[in-house]
Design a protein around this ligand. Sequence first.
Ligand code: PGA
Length: 266
Amino acid sequence: METIIADTYEEMSRIAADMIERQLMRKPSSVLGLATGSTPVGLYRELVRRHKEQGLDFSKVITFNLDEYLDLRPSHPQSYRYFMNENLFNHINVDPKNIHVPYGHAGDVEEFCEWYEQEIKRAGGIDIQVLGIGADGHIAFNEPGSSLGSRTRLKTLTKQTIEDNARFFDKAEEVPRFAITMGVGTILEAREILLLANSRKKADIIAEALEGPITAQVSASALQMHRHVTVIVDAEGGSKLKRADYYKWIFQEKKRLIPRLIGKVT
Ligand code: PGA
């Protein structure tokens, strides 16, 4: 795992955008795994800017989003499909037929989840998966206790997640209690993973996930088993990391070795 401690949210977002851009340069038809939430908004803003100002091309890209609230239609302003349209898809040249966001209004949820898994496989698997982390350690909506081998399925959200997400809804009662989410096992199959976390609110859980034991109680800790993970945090998000100095040192040293090290893993 490589942990990069950026000074600011903007720098975190720029480094993440650099990684996505490099991936698209290597493979224009990349399969991108995308996340919602406040964390990746800066990354999406930067990708949109690069598309508009520098011609970053998404025409061959295929996307899969991590999750969606149950029972929210794509046109619902709090649905994750709506969020993705507003923050990214409407502003880049991705082909709408290459976009996949779990469908919260699926009639047969189990069948839908199986189909979603098959679609990811048919696309050739996810090349790079963007993740945020919840205050309870979830990645996607894999709440504490989620099997580390879990696949796309329906999950019941924790009270903490419902409270955290209530800020986007008029009333806490309106926050959906269930979501369709890729599983931890699904996520671990991505070839490369990019975990982003910013703000003091994430500092404890980031330290637990990266430096604590691997446990189903903190889904993000499963990333320790993946062979190609980059974690990018801002200064506040990384403020509880015990080995922060070492991670910073690695980053500085690696910069000296680039371009020889580009694409290689520590
Ligand atoms: P946030 O959510 O980006 O809004 O903090 C992250 C998550 O819950 O995965």
